[in-house]
Design a protein around this ligand. Structure first.
Ligand code: ADP
Length: 242
């Protein structure tokens, strides 16, 4: 999307894709989608679709990454060359290196790494289709894949971005809103622990707009975490205990 849309809202205050400002795109979650991984998940927020695969805890290939008192968490975020309108080079960009780092920091507080010293837990996230909000959908997918791998966690995390478009605070920006809006604020949180584990702001917002956006994001994140729990529960086959 290289051309700024003429307007972002119609006469009824609805966005280009028909949503109201505080409305999330349709969310879909599935776990156990890769049989070779210890845990995996596929998450979509509208057209944005990401795949997460978790391996470990296992012995690290590079011994210098070993930590004596806990597992090291390795996170790699990558956009598939076919995920964008124009082919993206498969070579990791600075943006992907930065997103890998912030995703690791967003997950570290909830993974109980102390249980697995001298091992590595690897999280690979591949963006299959991108339409804004890929880092936040990645956090949600990684959280689900870690839980699907049976990695002990203090809580689940989920992510969503809020932003400002034509001076209106909106939830879960799509690509045109992200690219041409005035601000974009991705948030990842663990509602069960009352923690925000990722908070970034690109652009300028007033204190009131930030507060309003944060409220919107935390409400949506609580709903996303509930959906993660339902998805995980329904992935476990019922066992009859005699
Ligand atoms: P996020 O995906 O977390 O919102 P950004 O704000 O950096 O991250 O990117 C916004 C959107 O811009 C992405 O979701 C994607 O649709 C698009 N985008 C990012 N990088 C590229 C790229 N190299 N080529 C094409 N589109 C891109």
């Amino acid at each position: 999307m290289h051309v700024r849309p003429a307007k972002f809202f119609d006469e009824n205050g609805r966005r280009l894709d028909g949503r109201l400002p505080d409305e999330m795109r349709p969310v879909d979650m599935k776990v156990g989608v890769l049989s070779n991984a210890d845990g995996s998940a596929i998450v979509s927020y509208g057209k944005t679709k990401v795949l997460a695969a978790v391996y470990g805890p296992r012995e690290p290939l590079q011994k210098y990454t070993v930590l004596p008192d806990r597992a090291s968490l390795f996170v790699r975020y990558h956009m598939a060359p076919f995920s964008t309108e124009e082919r993206k080079s498969p070579v990791p960009t600075r943006r992907e290196v930065e997103i890998s780092k912030v995703l690791r920091e967003a997950l570290e507080p909830v993974v109980i790494t102390e249980l697995f010293p001298r091992t590595v837990i690897e999280v690979y996230v591949e963006v299959l289709q991108s339409d804004g909000g890929t880092r936040t959908a990645s956090a949600t997918a990684a959280s689900l894949a870690l839980a699907d791998a049976g990695i002990p966690m203090r809580a689940l995390v989920a992510g969503v971005a809020i932003g400002k478009v034509d001076n209106v605070v909106v939830l879960d920006l799509n690509e045109p809103e992200d690219n041409f809006g005035e601000a974009d604020m991705p948030i990842v949180a663990a509602p069960d622990l009352g923690l925000i584990t990722l908070f970034q702001l690109n652009g300028v917002m007033t204190v009131e707009e930030t507060q309003k956006g944060l409220d919107m994001a935390l409400k949506a994140i609580s709903e996303l975490v509930e959906k993660e729990k339902q998805t995980l529960r329904s992935s476990i086959e019922e066992v009859d205990v005699e």
